[in-house]
Ligand binder design. Sequence first.
Ligand SMILES: Nc1nc2c(ncn2[C@@H]2O[C@H](COP(=O)(O)OP(=O)(O)OP(=O)(O)O)[C@@H](O)[C@H]2O)c(=O)[nH]1
Ligand SMILES: [Mg+2]
Ligand SMILES: [Zn+2]
Length: 333
Amino acid sequence: MYLKPLGLTDSHLNYLNKNQLSIDHLGRIVKQNHSKFTVKMRFNDILALVPGSLKYSIKNQVELPSVGDWVIIKNKKESTPYIKTILPRKSIIKRKNIYKLNQEQAIASNVDFGLIMQDIKYDFNLNRLDRFLTICYASSVIPIIILTKIDLVKKTTINTCIKKITERFQDIKILMLSNKSLEGFKEVKHYIKRGKTYCCIGSSGAGKSSFINNLIGEKVMLTKSLRKKSNKGQHTTSHRELFILKNSGILIDTPGIRELGISIPNYNLNFTFKKIFNIGRSCKFSNCNHVNEPNCEVKNAVKTGAIEQSLLDNYHKMHNELTMQQKYKKIRR
Ligand SMILES: Nc1nc2c(ncn2[C@@H]2O[C@H](COP(=O)(O)OP(=O)(O)OP(=O)(O)O)[C@@H](O)[C@H]2O)c(=O)[nH]1
Ligand SMILES: [Mg+2]
Ligand SMILES: [Zn+2]
């Protein structure tokens, strides 16, 4: 197989040229299972390991190879192929490592679009959208919101949800679909472009794996019904995997995220909370926290209804979380 459908670009070829490397050693990680990586190369797939030298030379877990990375493989024809180098990443979707709090964890690399998926019936939540959007913006990934399971709700519910999202975020594409009736797939397919990489993120049970199965037209990922009592997903997908759609884009499935720890510098919140950021520029103090400072235009906007109280509340919550994290990082240094 040639590498173009896998997302190969001129920048990868330039890197090879500059470093006098052969394209025969280049591949893209399509699957990770513990310490083993499946790497798609020009003519075949190989199973590669990460050598100790790479593991011990890194400062942060996020520097370890992840699904979506372009890598150089050594010992390709021998029994122990290994990942020698990771090519510079165009983007990296990452989250807080829930086991090592001062570290980050890569979800997927070299992603162009983040498909934020929410089950419209049981999972619709604006505050959670804020978090997923922040992850996308902090990763240099363009977000697209996909509401799933529209077969389970009335048209009026769909319209209300769309209205709530568009009131909060003005310039984000919103798509909706049903994995059961396949309504909405025609439009979704229109947004999936050849050679571009799309990463599905969202809570467990949102329908990420069902979506990928439907796009591929075959059951490549296992799916499971929601838990009866809580209507929450069962954390069915436990690994990340990349799929190439025929004559179309590249899709990455990820496990549903349990605790959405964000791990980014504060300024990135300005993209998610653009409304607050724009109005906040007129506050009396340039470093206004919009809590109880005098002449705070953001607080005024809440009074007039131009900014929703719930938006400001979530901004404060996420802002405080990030500030605490920065302090914690400084202490650990
Ligand atoms: N009615 C309906 N059910 C859906 C839809 N999409 C997914 N489901 C069901 O919801 C359940 C969870 O779907 P999955 O595709 O496994 O969800 P997931 O996001 O991959 O979940 P994790 O792998 O746990 O993160 C399954 O029983 C699906 O059949 C939809 O559009 N409509
Ligand atoms: Mg899944
Ligand atoms: Zn203010």
